[in-house]
Write a protein that binds this ligand. Structure first.
Ligand code: ATP
Ligand code: MG
Length: 382
């Protein structure tokens, strides 16, 4: 009996020592979810992850490639190992359309198998050469590697598709992403989720200055990023009152910075309530006035949990490249307004002073403003 299946290879997960079963369980569970609507099943056997039972191998492989923690994906053929002639014939068939150079790489985890790896390499290689006049052997820099694994069955594969890498979602804790409708924050969230972190999102909405379409856009971004990390709870926080108060009572050149400090405070409250241990933003050094080193320092000072800024060293062009790859760019580029663009000062302070920000905030009824915003948050699960 032979059948098509997919071998999923994991990278760093392999390194986790005694915690390895925990990481593997999370990875298998996430893979199962990712390929469920292909009708496929996923299981762990002999240190390998197997996926089988799909209708369309390419589509299923593509989905597996996007699961964090998967390093590469190999569409393979499983067959009985006892009929070595059949293995040779299948190997030749798999190589029929290839050109250039190749080598056979055999691995034998079943040490009782009557042939050792060099012997398998030679025999299978000979069969391929006989059947494929377009191929030559190159043991050092082959264009193609035909892998033959002898386990409780035999597995043959040539293609190794690079996958996303990272760590299985659920193994890295939980963080709250400050999600705007821009290009940066969805990318920041994706980068953190890639390390196995579950996300919740906090979005500030300044109705009626920002529209329902702007909110829809953010929810769509949350859906795209959430699809990679087990979905997302999105908290849409009413921010108009805080912005108006800041606009009325604080020095103009500090308004953006103070607004950002309130965003952080509110996000921290929601994060704690939701069991998240860190905040995530899409800031990068020097991108705008509120992202100079001094401004970031003044922003951070109001919270008492780690703030992750995975894009801190990225150029805009690099961020755009990732956004395109992960599928958020098109949505981010829709031209709806964000609350940050509603009351922008003409000359924001680029070297703000902590004392000045603190002093300006004394004009505001901070505790009530924050409480009202947190209590007014609308929860939408995507
Ligand atoms: P872009 O820079 O592509 O316009 P952005 O999302 O980075 O989009 P910035 O003005 O640079 O927008 O804001 C810096 C960071 O602050 C964002 O990356 C995001 O984490 C957070 N942020 C900004 N606006 C909002 C908002 N309305 N709701 C939640 N977080 C926000
Ligand atoms: Mg930005």
């Amino acid at each position: 009996m032979e059948r098509e299946l997919i071998l999923a290879r994991y990278g760093e997960v392999f390194l986790k020592g005694l915690n390895r079963p925990y990481f593997m369980r999370a990875l298998v569970k996430n893979l199962k979810k990712a390929v469920a609507d292909e009708g496929a099943d996923v299981w762990l056997h002999d240190g390998r992850i197997f996926i089988a039972g799909f209708e369309d191998m390419d589509r299923c492989a593509e989905k597996a490639c996007r699961v964090f923690g998967v390093h590469s994906v190999c569409p393979a053929l499983e067959m009985e190992k006892d009929d070595f002639g059949a293995i040779c014939r299948k190997a030749a068939e798999m190589c029929r359309d290839l050109t250039g150079t190749f080598k056979v790489s055999a691995r034998r985890s079943d040490k009782r198998y009557p042939m050792d790896s060099p012997h398998i390499n030679a025999e299978v290689g000979g069969a391929v050469l006989d059947a494929c006049p377009n191929l030559k052997v190159d043991l050092h820099h082959p264009d193609h590697v035909l892998n033959v694994e002898i386990r409780d069955k035999a597995y043959l594969y040539v293609k190794v598709l690079p996958a996303v890498g990272g760590m299985p979602v659920g193994t890295g804790g939980r963080a709250a992403l400050l999600l705007s409708g821009g290009i940066d924050s969805p990318v920041a969230g994706w980068q953190i989720a890639k390390r196995g972190v579950r996300l919740i999102a906090v979005h500030y909405h300044s109705y009626p200055y920002t529209s329902d379409r702007a909110k829809e856009k953010v929810l769509e971004l949350a859906r795209i990023v959430g699809a990679c990390c087990g979905g997302m709870r999105v908290f849409v926080v009413p921010f108009t009152k805080i912005q108006m108060e800041i606009h009325e009572k604080c020095p103009e050149d500090y308004t953006t910075l103070i607004m950002r400090r309130y965003m952080m405070r509110i996000a921290e409250r929601i994060a704690r309530r939701e069991g998240a241990q860190a905040l995530v933003t899409g800031e990068s050094i020097g991108q705008v006035a509120s992202q100079t080193m001094e401004a970031l320092g003044v922003t951070d000072a109001v919270v008492d949990m780690p703030v992750f800024r995975p894009l801190i060293s990225f150029d805009k062009s690099e961020i755009i490249e990732v956004a395109r790859r992960i599928g958020t760019l098109e949505t981010s580029e829709l031209p709806y307004e964000d609350c940050c663009t509603v009351f922008t000062p003409r000359h924001p302070a680029t070297h703000p002073k902590m004392e000045k920000a603190v002093e300006a905030e004394e004009m505001l009824d901070s505790e009530n403003l924050i409480r009202e915003a947190v209590e007014g948050a609308e929860l939408i699960t995507v």
